[in-house]
Design a protein around this ligand. Structure first.
Ligand code: FAD
Length: 448
């Protein structure tokens, strides 16, 4: 059994094969160190909030499994659960409520709690980071005094906060390391080398370029967990995966002025915005074809969160606005303008961040990686074409949070074990379901 890719998807597949199915003759092959490529760039956030119930069920399962590991290891994976706080200046949020009810498969809205008064005795503010204490469901804050009290750093113009409660962050590296140790303890092996060719005619024969030359690995079954290079591995077996890559970036820096409260949850500004350049700056941006889009209206979903615990000072900012497809590279070229763009954008929801404009700490870390995604932004997990070939890929911006359930699902396909209800939807079979594909297209366009 060969798994190509020792990022979080490949490791979690090997883990489930070993722990759930007793399949321990697994070779994990990676061109580099485990967890060193896309998985090292993750923002490490998780949530069960999705436009479609299949993704909600899938990530709920993944969170169950992460909690199991947190419990078993004395929270080695540093799981927290202050939620996701999605903020908007809108007061008419009927569409958002419809989307939440649809995504949570909760037509009666029983999991949504609306708080319209300045006092909300039934609302538990996100003071504790402990995932054991946190409520389920969603709190919707619709009173500006209440919002100011709970989220003092937010733009005073915010009128609604949707507080998703089963959400937070983990240490993704520790999650990968824990599962990898378990795979090793069960007898799994690791090979460092680049898979250059696969002959799938009779079993699978992989040509692997290692530091010492070329190795030939034979396996009855193979799992493609090659992240951004999954289409290349699939191509070696004559399979064309409907997957593309876009580069997404983040920054992390020391918030020495403590602009962001340490108990602020992962916060998302839902509103579109036009960045507040001076007229002169805007003119200059408009003249440059590469930069023009930053002078125009930008999408919402910019996010900010404290990082490193309540006593640290680091803050992370991200904005996945790039929609341009690129050929993946091992060393993605980052956009030098991104730190300023994201800081300006994030200052709208958290105006206290403005103090860092033109003055960002030298200890800033600017990083990024590939969102490997299908058009409908669902993963691809299951059989991949030729007999004995499987895939666990296209994890876009959710691969850390989905890793445990994705590995479990892929391993169940490989082991020919009973499958969960969402198995077909995350496999290539979904493309034969025209109704589902048309629904997903509508959800992605925000039509529903
Ligand atoms: C900026 C950013 C922020 C993100 N934030 C979050 C977040 O907050 N929450 C979340 O859940 N997810 C997040 N993600 C997504 C998450 O990081 C990814 O979905 C996940 O890491 C993908 O893991 P993977 O194992 O599929 O891919 P990878 O980690 O890329 O692993 C694939 C492995 O395959 C190996 N490989 C490829 N080709 C070959 C070959 N030919 N031979 C041998 N080895 C090969 C590579 O070396 C690599 O190690 C984010 C992603 C980015 C880029």
């Amino acid at each position: 059994m060969a798994v190509v890719g020792a990022g979080i998807s490949g490791i979690s597949t090997a883990y489930s094969l070993a722990i759930d199915h007793g399949i321990t003759e697994v070779v994990l092959i990676d061109a580099g160190q485990p967890m060193a490529f896309t998985s090292a760039q993750s923002g490490e956030n998780y949530r069960n909030w999705w436009p479609h119930p299949a993704m909600a069920t899938f990530t709920n399962r993944s969170i169950d499994l992460m909690e199991r590991i947190a419990r078993r290891t004395g929270n080695r994976i540093a799981m927290t659960r202050r939620g996701y706080a999605a903020a908007t200046r809108e007061t008419d949020i009927d569409d958002l409520i419809d989307q939440l009810q649809f995504g949570f498969a909760d037509p009666g809205g029983r999991s949504l709690r609306v708080h319209s008064g300045a006092k909300a005795p039934a609302y538990l503010p996100p003071r504790s980071r402990d995932w054991n204490d946190a409520p389920e469901g969603v709190d919707i804050l619709r009173n500006e005094h209440l919002i100011r009290e709970v989220f003092p750093s937010f733009d005073p113009a915010v009128r609604t906060v949707i507080h998703i409660r089963r959400a937070g962050d983990i240490d993704g590296h520790q999650l990968g390391s824990y599962m990898l140790e378990e795979v090793r303890n069960a007898g799994g092996q690791r090979v460092t080398g680049l898979v250059e060719a696969i002959d799938g005619r009779n079993r699978h024969v992989l040509d692997v370029r290692t530091d010492d030359g070329t190795a030939r690995i034979e396996a009855e079954k193979i799992v493609n967990a090659a992240g951004p290079f999954a289409p290349r591995i699939a191509g070696m077996l004559g399979v064309n995966l409907p997957v593309r890559n876009t580069l997404q970036q983040k920054i992390a820096f020391e918030d020495s002025a403590r602009a962001i409260p340490r108990d602020m949850p992962f916060s998302i500004d839902l509103d579109r915005q036009t960045i507040g350049w001076t007229d002169e700056e805007r003119e200059m941006l408009r003249e440059d074809p590469q930069l023009r889009r930053f002078a125009e209206e930008m999408p919402g979903a910019i996010h900010c969160r404290p990082d490193g615990g309540d006593h640290a000072t680091r803050v992370k900012l991200g904005w996945a606005f790039n929609e341009r497809t690129s050929a993946p590279e091992w060393n993605p070229r980052l956009d030098a303008h991104f730190p300023e763009i994201v800081l300006r954008g994030a200052s709208r929801l958290n105006p206290s961040l403005e103090r860092y404009l033109g003055n960002m700490s030298n200890r800033r870390h600017h990083y990024g990686g590939w969102y490997t995604m299908t058009a409908e932004n669902w993963p691809l997990i299951g059989p991949m074409g030729p007999e004995g070939a499987f895939m666990n890929c296209a994890h876009s911006g959710f691969g850390t949070m989905a890793a445990c359930a994705g590995g479990e699902l892929c391993a169940a396909w490989v082991a020919d074990a009973p499958l969960p209800a969402y198995a077909r939807e995350f496999s290539l079979q979904r493309y034969r379901d025209a109704n589902l594909m048309s629904l997903l297209a509508k959800l992605n366009r925000g039509v529903l």
